[in-house]
Design a protein around this ligand. Structure first.
Ligand code: CP
Length: 309
């Protein structure tokens, strides 16, 4: 079997993204017809060293819907032999004896690359520290395609904790694959992308600007991508307390957005989206979470049945 790790969103060309989205469309139809036995006899291991609801459960549901089985370590920091000091490399060397695919979430940036360096089965990065969350970006872009109907010529605002947000980081990278994208990075200065990231986005062809307040650009946005302030990544609790609640969408902000705007969030949310927003047709974040299932079905199928190209 050809080994195919999924580590960074940048490894996908535009053509590969479009093929994946077509595959995800077909997975939705497959679910409607009761699922598949295509991956009968195959085993996926989910190794999660950080908490998760959506990513782990949607990967596991995806494997079940495709007829496969899984092994799950949901709190590996406390319940795996990591407690005894086992390295991620050694854990992967062991788990690959039991599974055909390993889905890994880890608190350390680059952990998925370390795992892939020793793996004989595919590794899927389900989030590594502040660095990347590639499968989240894939489902985010798929959701934009479903909600807006196009992926070129969009004005996108990514709002919130960009400094610590791996979902924001991966989404910004993935947007480089599309044409005529205007990207507003909307955050307090302490939570903005750093200069290296800004240079990378500009080199990648994005028209990008940093602004501090959503009000400044709300009326221009086709997509508003909200993120939470990531308390767990702050060294100084006082800074977290100062920054939390410094931005958000409430009914008043909704009135500033285009009627056609789409509001996304990787979730979980805290108070950056008021619950009253949920019933607005522009609020797409729960539909977005649903797409996590079909995109991950398409990814698992792709990884375990790689095409020759
Ligand atoms: N969006 C996301 O990664 O959610 P979980 O942390 O619940 O997996």
């Amino acid at each position: 079997m050809k080994l195919k790790h999924i580590l960074d969103v940048g490894q996908f060309s535009r053509a590969e993204l479009e093929a994946l989205f077509t595959e995800a469309d077909s997975m939705e139809r497959l679910i409607a017809h009761g699922g598949s036995r295509a991956l009968g006899g195959r085993v996926m291991a989910t190794l999660f060293y950080e908490p998760s609801t959506r990513t782990r459960l949607s990967f596991e549901a995806a494997m079940i819907r495709l007829g496969g089985a899984m092994l799950s370590v949901e709190n590996a920091t406390a319940s795996s032999s990591a407690v005894k000091g086992e390295t991620i490399e050694d854990t992967v060397r062991i788990v690959q004896n039991y599974a055909d695919l390993i889905v890994l979430r880890h608190y350390e940036a680059g952990a998925s690359h370390r795992a892939a360096a020793v793996a004989t089965v595919p590794i899927v990065n389900a989030g590594d520290g502040k660095r990347e969350h590639p499968t989240q970006a894939l489902l985010d872009i798929y959701t934009i395609r479903q909600e807006v109907g196009r992926l070129d010529g969009l004005t996108v605002g990514i709002v919130g904790d960009l400094a610590h947000g791996r979902a924001a980081n991966s989404l910004a990278h993935c947007l480089m694959r599309f044409r005529d994208i205007r990207l507003y990075l909307i955050a307090p200065p302490e939570l903005q992308f750093d200069d290296d990231m800004m240079a990378e986005l500009r080199t990648g062809g994005l028209e990008v600007a940093q602004v501090t307040r959503l009000e400044e650009v709300a009326g221009e946005l086709d997509v508003v991508y909200m993120t939470r302030v990531q308390r767990e990544r702050f060294e100084a609790p006082s800074l977290y307390e100062r920054l939390r609640g410094s931005y958000g969408i409430d009914p008043a902000m909704l009135r500033r957005l285009k009627n056609t705007a789409v509001i996304l969030h990787p979730l979980p949310r805290l108070d950056e989206i008021h619950p009253e927003v949920d019933n607005d047709p522009r609020a797409a974040y729960f539909r977005q979470a649903r797409h996590g299932l079909t995109i991950r079905m398409a990814l698992i199928y792709h990884v375990l049945h790689p095409r020759d190209d």
